[in-house]
Design a protein around this ligand. Structure first.
Ligand SMILES: [Zn+2]
Length: 203
């Protein structure tokens, strides 16, 4: 079985894990660091922009965060790469930006812990929604399979297989079915095959 981790800050140990590692496979300016100077590197080696976004609780002013976020939306559109988004207490702003900008690239709301109502507004706007160990169970249950992503983010203690077991149980499906769904979503979101860099993964 192949477990895909759609957003993490740790390089996984197991060979049955394909992880999208922040800073290795993606490049972006986290909203907490939006006031710091940055230089956009060569983006040819990354396959997504992020994590980037808006945080109404931590970080510099919303104006500063939004300016830096918009710059990254532009980079994503320019380079044809999807966005990994961190959004805390700024959902309405994020949705209205998405509506105004009409990006061609898919956007992922990472670490979603919201209620079904917030989930629905994200789905209606076309977002992919990524869930971790901490989540609203009803939201996880009702999220359509083709928009659901799974992640460990900064949790390096619990293996991703544990998350897949929990999620499969809560959604009432087999883990292998869940793995197949995640592989499909990986292809749709990143438009690449879920293979670790240069490695051959056996199923
Ligand atoms: Zn993260």
């Amino acid at each position: 079985m192949l477990y895909i981790d759609f957003h993490t800050h740790h390089i996984p140990a197991g060979r049955d894990v394909v992880a999208v590692v922040d800073g290795r496979d993606t490049w972006g300016i986290h909203p907490w660091r939006a006031a710091e100077a940055f230089v956009v590197p060569d983006l040819s080696t990354v396959f997504a922009i992020g994590e980037c976004g808006l945080d109404g609780v931590r970080g510099p002013s919303m104006d500063v965060q939004e300016r830096v976020f918009l710059e990254q939306v532009r980079l994503g559109e320019q380079t044809g790469k999807p966005l990994v988004i961190h959004c805390v207490k700024a959902l309405d702003r994020l949705l209205s930006l998405h509506k105004a900008l009409k990006p061609q690239q898919p956007w992922m709301f990472h670490g979603f812990r919201g209620k079904p109502q917030q989930l629905r507004s994200l789905l209606d706007s076309g977002f992919y929604v990524s869930f971790g160990f901490l989540h609203n169970e009803e939201s996880l249950r009702i999220c359509p399979a083709d928009r659901l992503l799974l992640e460990t983010d900064d949790d390096s203690e619990h293996p991703i297989a544990e998350l897949y077991n929990n999620v499969a149980r809560e959604r009432g499906i087999d883990v292998s079915t869940l793995c197949d769904e995640m592989a499909e979503n990986y292809r749709a979101f990143f438009r690449r095959e879920p293979l670790e860099r240069g490695e051959k993964v056996k199923n």
